[in-house]
Design a protein around this ligand. Sequence first.
Ligand SMILES: Cc1cc2nc3c(=O)[nH]c(=O)nc-3n(C[C@H](O)[C@H](O)[C@H](O)COP(=O)(O)OP(=O)(O)OC[C@H]3O[C@@H](n4cnc5c(N)ncnc54)[C@H](O)[C@@H]3O)c2cc1C
Length: 396
Amino acid sequence: MEAANLHNPTQTNHYDYIITGAGCAGLSLLMRLMEDSFFSEKRILIIDASPKQSNDRTWCFWEAGAGLFEPIVKHSWQQVQFASNDFSGLLQLHPYQYKMIEGIDFYQMVLNKAATFSNIQFLQETVLKIVDGASNITVTTDSGDVKANFVFNSIPAFASNKTVPGKKGQYHLLQHFKGWVIETVEPVFDPSIATLMDFQVDQSAGTTFMYVMPTSSTRALVEYTLFTEALLPEKAYGKALRDYISEKLKIRQYQITHEEFGIIPMTNQSFSLQEGRLVQMGGAGGQIKGSSGYAFQFIQRRTTDIVAGLKKGHSYFNHKGLKQIMGEFYDTVLLNVLIKRKMNGGQIFSQIFEKNPPDSVLRFLDNESSFFEDLKIMNSVPTRIFFPAAIQELLR
Ligand SMILES: Cc1cc2nc3c(=O)[nH]c(=O)nc-3n(C[C@H](O)[C@H](O)[C@H](O)COP(=O)(O)OP(=O)(O)OC[C@H]3O[C@@H](n4cnc5c(N)ncnc54)[C@H](O)[C@@H]3O)c2cc1C
């Protein structure tokens, strides 16, 4: 992979594909294009404002079997702890494993591989404009214009979701979290068990839980997560983490070796998947699940579908299956219940995990469950709360 030099007159500025945004979606697509010799002659340009050299996030997700990014899975768990005042249990995830990937390993894996491909160029620039024209699509950066047959975009500023402030039935929550990787002197963690959700913390701000991902007996990612409409004062995240580590985990001596803060939008707002030659993916394409904030595996599915479509010569990449449409409806109903505070998220997840096999719940959260599983899961939450919310959303 060369760095693109748009002032070099020997380089044409037309590409088969331009990928705008080299984050999770952009690099997942690039990886899949590199894996398939069908694309070895295609000219591909990837543009990002950042050199992607920092460990800015940790992705966790569940998967059955080995995925494309298996070589960089830092740790995986076959069992996870769930805790709340209503239900606590150790959940066996088979056939799934809960996996962790560090952002820096992901960026390096894809960019190092791309460096061995002469048909791929990387341009480190801010994208200023994307304009679809009659015969091609143009991306403008400070270095000039580049053109392509398709642009695959994951830069949020170029998403075409239409936010209508105050629109009825359009819900926006923030999933915000602070995570610390801590290292202890004494062995205190069991690296075979992760804590997926511990709701036994103060719920006064809204749905709030702790997440503990031990990668060894002396190292774990501990994360304080909330689903609320507004952020907390900055100091509150650190205080909650300190209190949990000392009071619940009973750890006195530890060092914080990495810190991350994130805000993930949780919304039922509809996102356009494509406008002309501009194809949307990642957060910009609505691949962040409205009710959970998980996106990694939805992005893998979206980029797999795009690659399959390109190979078949498709020009449209905006198909949504019935399960996805149903999944979005369930997300809307759950957001309705959470935002109107009809029930706390901890109580909802407790009832779902208590009354259903974990693999069925994970399939449901992936929009891949059967209709029978959906019915069973819906039957595990109070119908007096969820049924009116579902009717209200159906009638909109
Ligand atoms: C801290 C954090 C932790 C997360 N953890 C999980 C998790 O555990 N599991 C999960 O499923 N999801 C998680 N998510 C949600 C989701 O998976 C990530 O946000 C994911 O990175 C989204 O992928 P994306 O490609 O849409 O966006 P990004 O990965 O953010 O990529 C967008 C890219 O666009 C670039 N960019 C932005 N503006 C411009 C511009 N004008 N010009 C050029 N480049 C630009 C950015 O530099 C960035 O590289 C997490 C999110 C965050 C923030």
